[in-house]
Design a binder for this molecule. Structure first.
Ligand code: NAD
Length: 400
C-alpha cells in the first residue's frame, strides 16, 4: 500500500460547484505534433468538472482506494504546521499543481524517506528541487502538453489586452465612466508589430501560430532551433540571444521553464535592452523575472505593460509589488487550469500512477527526472539544479 499526498487548491469560496456553464468539452484526439492525449485505462470523473480543487481530488480517490492505496488531499502546503509537512514522513508519492505548488525543497525531500515519485499535475516542475530529487533517485514527472495550448490562448489574449488597453477600458465601464480619451491614450493596433517568444517549445510555437494571422513580424529564440520548414512557414526570425530578440521586439513573451539557467533572466540589466514601451507577457514562471525590476520598468515607462499569471512565490503575499504596479494585467495562476485543461492533466496523472503501480515505464515525454538524472522533457527543456530558493515566503499569504 502506498500513501499518496495530493496538494490541490481550495474549493470555490461559495462551495464546490453543483452545475457548470457548459455541458460538454470538445473532443480533441491528438496534440498538434501528433502526441496522443493521456491514455489511462479508465477515468472516474466527468470531463468539464472542477478537478483541480480539493473536493475534485483530480478524480483519483476511487482508483487509488480500490487498489489499496491511501490518498490524502489537502490545500495546506506552506508553513511549519502544514498538512503536507505532517504527512510527508511516510508518503510515497506527492502530487501537486503549479497553480498551488507544493514546494518540494531539499529539506522536505529529506523529511520524506519513503518518497519515490513527485508528480506535477500540469507542466513545470520547478517547484521541486530537481537536484535533490536526482540525488535521492526520486522520479519527477509532469503531464507534458496537457495545458500548453491553454496557455498559448491566454498569451494571445493578454497580448491583445495590453496592446489595445482593454483592462483599463473595461474598468471605465464598471466605474460608470465614458472618457474615451482615457481609454485610448494608451491603445494601439498589434498589426505590424514585432512579436518575439523566448522559447519556442509547445507553448511558444503555438503562440507564434496563433499570432501569425494578425500580420505581425514573428521572432524567437530557443536553445533548440525549430525545423527550417517551420521557420519558413511562419516567416520567423531566429535570434541566438535574448539581447538580440529584445532589441527589436515590441512584444516579448516568455515561454521557457524555470531552471537555474533561466532564473531572473529578465533583470535590470536585460531590461535595458528592451525597446522603450515594449510589452512583456509572462505565463511561464514568475521567477524568470526579477520582481522589483519589472515594477520599476513599468514605473519608468521602459515597459508599457506587463501581464501574466505566474508569480513567485505562489500564492503571492498581499504586498507582492505585482499586485499594485501600473499598467499590469496580472491574474492568479489560472491559464493552464481551465476546466478543459484539468480533464487532460487529471487523466495524465492517472496514467502516470497506473504506469508506476503496474511497474510499466512512464511515457518518456512525461519524465523530468529519473534514475538520478534529467530525463525525457527534463533533459530537453530543463537544466540540473534547484530553483525553489525563497519559496518559504509563500507561507506569508493569508486568504481574506
Ligand atoms: P516545452 O518543454 O515544450 O518547451 C520549453 C522550451 O523552452 C523548449 O523548447 C526548450 O528548448 C526551451 N528552453 C529551455 N531553456 C531555455 C533557455 N535557457 N533559453 C531558451 N529556451 C529555453 O514546454 P511548454 O509546454 O512549452 O511549457 C513551457 C513552460 O511554460 C513550462 O515549463 C512552465 O513553466 C510554463 N507553463 C505555464 C503554465 C501556466 O498555467 N501558466 C502551464 C503550462 C506551462
Amino acid at each position: 500500500m502506498a500513501k499518496v499526498v495530493c496538494v490541490l487548491y481550495d474549493d470555490p469560496v461559495g462551495g464546490y460547484p453543483k452545475n457548470y456553464a457548459r455541458d460538454d468539452l470538445p473532443l480533441i484526439e491528438r496534440y498538434p505534433d501528433g502526441q496522443t492525449l493521456p491514455t489511462p485505462r479508465a477515468i472516474d470523473f466527468r470531463p468539464g468538472t472542477l478537478l483541480g480543487s480539493v473536493s475534485g481530488e483530480l478524480g483519483l480517490r476511487k482508483y487509488l482506494e480500490a487498489n489499496g492505496h491511501q490518498l490524502v488531499v489537502t490545500s495546506s502546503k506552506d508553513g511549519v504546521d502544514s498538512v503536507l509537512d505532517r504527512e510527508l514522513h511516510d508518503a510515497e508519492i506527492v502530487i501537486s499543481q503549479p497553480f498551488w505548488p507544493a514546494y518540494m525543497t531539499a529539506e522536505r525531500i529529506a523529511r520524506a524517506p519513503k518518497l519515490k515519485m513527485i508528480v506535477t499535475a500540469g507542466i513545470g516542475s520547478d517547484h521541486t528541487d530537481l537536484q535533490a530529487a536526482m540525488d535521492r533517485g526520486i522520479t519527477v514527472a509532469e503531464v507534458t502538453y496537457c495545458n500548453s495550448n491553454s496557455v498559448a490562448e491566454h498569451v494571445a489574449m493578454m497580448i491583445l489586452a495590453l496592446v489595445r488597453n482593454y483592462i483599463p477600458s473595461y474598468r471605465q465601464v464598471l466605474d460608470g465612466g465614458w472618457n474615451i480619451a482615457d481609454c485610448v491614450a494608451r491603445s494601439y493596433d498589434l498589426e505590424g508589430m514585432n512579436v518575439g517568444t523566448v522559447a519556442a517549445g509547445r507553448i511558444g510555437l503555438r503562440v507564434l501560430r496563433l499570432l501569425k494571422p494578425f500580420d505581425v513580424k514573428l521572432h524567437y529564440m530557443d536553445r533548440h532551433r525549430l525545423p527550417e520548414s517551420v521557420e519558413k512557414e511562419l516567416n520567423l526570425t531566429h535570434h541566438s540571444s535574448l539581447e538580440s530578440l529584445t532589441r527589436v521586439c515590441d512584444v516579448v513573451t516568455l515561454n521557457c521553464p524555470l531552471h537555474p539557467e533561466t532564473e531572473h533572466m529578465i533583470n535590470p540589466k536585460t531590461l535595458k535592452n528592451f525597446k522603450r514601451g515594449a510589452y512583456l507577457i509572462n505565463t511561464a514562471r514568475g521567477k524568470l523575472c526579477d520582481r522589483d525590476a519589472i515594477a520599476a520598468a513599468l514605473e519608468s515607462g521602459q515597459l508599457a505593460g506587463y501581464a501574466g499569471d505566474v508569480w513567485f512565490p505562489q500564492p503571492a503575499p498581499a504586498d507582492h509589488p505585482w499586485r499594485r504596479m501600473p499598467h499590469h494585467g496580472m491574474t492568479p495562476h489560472i491559464s493552464g487550469t481551465s476546466l478543459s485543461a484539468q480533464a487532460r492533466y487529471a487523466a495524465g496523472t492517472r496514467e502516470i500512477l497506473e504506469s508506476y503501480f503496474e511497474g510499466r515505464a512512464i511515457r518518456n515525454e512525461y519524465l523530468v527526472v529519473q534514475g538520478g538524472k534529467l530525463a525525457g522533457v527534463g533533459a530537453h527543456s530543463y537544466s540540473a539544479g534547484n530553483a525553489t530558493g525563497g519559496s518559504e515566503e509563500a507561507a506569508r499569504f493569508r486568504q481574506k
